[in-house]
Design a protein around this ligand. Structure first.
Ligand SMILES: Cc1cc2nc3c(=O)[nH]c(=O)nc-3n(C[C@H](O)[C@H](O)[C@H](O)COP(=O)(O)OP(=O)(O)OC[C@H]3O[C@@H](n4cnc5c(N)ncnc54)[C@H](O)[C@@H]3O)c2cc1C
Length: 373
């Protein structure tokens, strides 16, 4: 057997897995169709929100907290600042299910969280306007992670620890054999005892049975002065409007505030369809109503980028071995909130390669849930 673990897709999750598995003494081969970090996957655009009181469900909280510990450890190994504790403000109508989940997660896991009404919110952050039936939940320990720097660091540390890396070389097929897994690439066929498939949006190209829908997403930087900056204590944020649209955003840097719309987007079926920002009519204007209502002090759209989500049918992650390939672990369906979990998911892949089975705590992420539906 050539390797203990072959990683197909070395972006956010694969890069972390490559580092932790190599550190654990495993013989690891990381494969990627590009050279991470890059603009072809889901990890570019400089920054990602990190939050722990989790509106998407309590099942994510232990992963988020474990990841925070690992991000803090990674920070010690970095010359650059990876994580900035800006706090994350979650805004929405008082009856929002998301906000009620945030509050529930915080109380179950003793995560610091300040609940504030609309008046208090606007007094504390005068840059924000909300209707009076809105509330805010501020998680002071949340913040902003520099995603591309984090991926670059994982890749470098894995390489320095002795990990083999085959980049700019797509995997074209994976097969379960009697002794493990084979992976075909243009550079040859590679054999490993275990496989991590972490090919993000395009995992379904290798395994068409995966229930994943690729979605084109855009995000953009808007003019916003120092009032919206971390230096002025402006927080990172998530926001839900009364029509259900949801947005996320970051404190301004160099007079530009990055914002994206979490809901919506365009289903696509090939990487070529992820056309650049500005190609779809709504690209430049999709955050306009939100900014006018909630952040009226921001200005014009300066520039934007296109990226992609991989959505599962119920919106939750997929973390499971494959029925047809028990030596393969797949981690995908991370949609628009998977980056913060990269180190914990990398650790899970490492433990899988060491022969441990998927823990019951991850049962809600199994593929079998779709058959039961
Ligand atoms: C606009 C946007 C905003 C987001 N905001 C947040 C946020 O604020 N907080 C948060 O936690 N998460 C956020 N996310 C989600 C997060 O970025 C993703 O969930 C995460 O990056 C997915 O990681 P991944 O490893 O699955 O995919 P990627 O990082 O895209 O890695 C997949 C890798 O697989 C490679 N690959 C694909 N096919 C092949 C093949 N055949 N052979 C070899 N390699 C292949 C790709 O080149 C790529 O490098 C956001 C995502 C987007 C798009």
């Amino acid at each position: 057997m050539d390797y203990d673990l072959i990683i197909v897709g070395s972006g956010s999750i694969g890069a972390a897995a490559g580092y932790y598995a190599t550190q654990a003494g495993l013989r690891v081969l990381m494969i990627d169709s590009a050279h991470p970090p890059h603009q072809q996957g889901s990890h570019h655009g400089e920054t990602r929100l990190i939050r722990h009181a989790y509106g998407e469900g309590e099942k994510y909280v232990s992963l988020a907290l474990r990841s925070q510990t690992l991000w803090d450890e990674l920070q010690q190994l970095s010359e650059k600042r990876l994580f900035t504790q800006t706090g994350v403000l979650n805004i929405g109508p008082a009856d929002s299910v998301f906000l009620s989940n945030v509050a529930h997660s915080a109380s179950q896991w003793q995560i610091p969280l300040e609940k504030i009404n609309a008046r208090e919110l606007m007094a504390r952050w005068p840059q924000i306007r909300v209707p009076e039936y809105f509330i805010g939940m501020f998680e002071p320990n949340g913040g902003v992670l520099n995603s591309e720097d984090a991926v670059a660091l994982f890749i470098r540390l894995a390489c320095e620890a002795g990990c083999a890396q085959l980049f700019n070389c797509p995997a074209t097929a994976i097969r379960q054999t009697e002794n493990g897994i084979e992976v075909d690439t243009a550079e040859g066929c590679w054999r490993g005892a275990k496989l991590l498939l972490s090919a993000g949006t395009w995992a379904g190209k290798l395994l068409p049975s995966l229930p994943i829908t690729p979605i084109r997403k855009v995000f953009a930087w808007h003019q916003a002065d120092g009032l919206f900056s971390t230096e002025n204590h402006f927080p990172a944020f998530t926001a839900e409007l009364e029509n259900g649209d949801s947005f996320y955003g970051f404190p301004s840097q160099n007079n530009a505030l990055k914002i994206g719309k979490h809901s919506g987007g365009q289903p696509i079926s090939s990487p070529e369809q992820r056309a650049p920002f500005g190609t779809t009519v709504s690209d430049g204007s999709e955050a306009f109503t939100f900014l006018r209502q909630i952040l009226p002090g921001t200005g014009v759209c300066l520039h934007g980028e296109a990226c992609s989500y991989d959505n599962s049918p119920d919106g939750d992650f997929i973390i499971d071995t494959l029925p047809q390939a028990p030596d393969a672990l797949v981690i995908t369906g991370l949609s628009g909130h998977g980056f913060k979990f990269a180190p914990a998911l990398g650790e899970i892949a490492c433990r899988f390669a060491q022969g441990h089975s998927i823990t019951p705590a991850l049962a809600s992420f199994r593929l079998s849930r779709f058959k039961q539906a």
